[in-house]
Design a protein around this ligand. Sequence first.
Ligand code: TIU
Length: 232
Amino acid sequence: MPPTKNLLAAEPTPVDVTWAKTALVIIDMQRDFLEPGGFGETLGNDVSQLASAVKPCGLVLDAFREAGLLVIHTREGHSPDLSDAPPAKIERGAPSLRIGDPGPMGRILIRGEAGHDIVEALYPVKGEIVIDKPGKGAFYATDLGDTLKQRGIETLLVCGVTTEVCVNTTVREANDRGYRCVVLADCCASYFPEFHEMGLRMIKAQGGIFGWVSSSSEVLAALNSEPSKMIA
Ligand code: TIU
């Protein structure tokens, strides 16, 4: 059993976390973003840049599972008929393959295809919530808001890829909805290391304008802390 509450070390300030009201939200750790041949690579990115997030994310995921706490995975993608894919998204840029085109892991960014699935190391287990989202933010056109409300969740620990795109968009959506978001820096990654850094700085600047930034080791330390270290 984890302690009921903890003061989690974070920037710009420590965060008071009540574990029963906290969800781990793992954003888009999908083969389409992390593995060669998927959506991320079609956009011209070096997908190996995202690998560093997998292990720390797995450690936090294991700790949440062990403690019986709420875990939510998200996946960015579209229905096979592309009815939820805006033309403005499909037609964007000059990728090597477009959303819906056949690729080495099936159709690019399409639900049900191999590339759309979550990487093996972080694969959801029974009972974990998987939110399929057509956009960058996890609240837009999904039931994430209702899911969190039903469970009385107040704080989100946010991991995933990419820091400045789907993680930042989701944190901004969540912040406006009243959630306290703590982004775990080493559990996130970007194709552009400088965007990762700036994405985190944007969240924690101005007294935590969008939320807080912490790390996997701080979460593990807090979850494993002795009851004597708990705050009343
Ligand atoms: N391209 C990029 O950096 N990210 C995305 O398109 N989606 C997510 O971040 N999941």
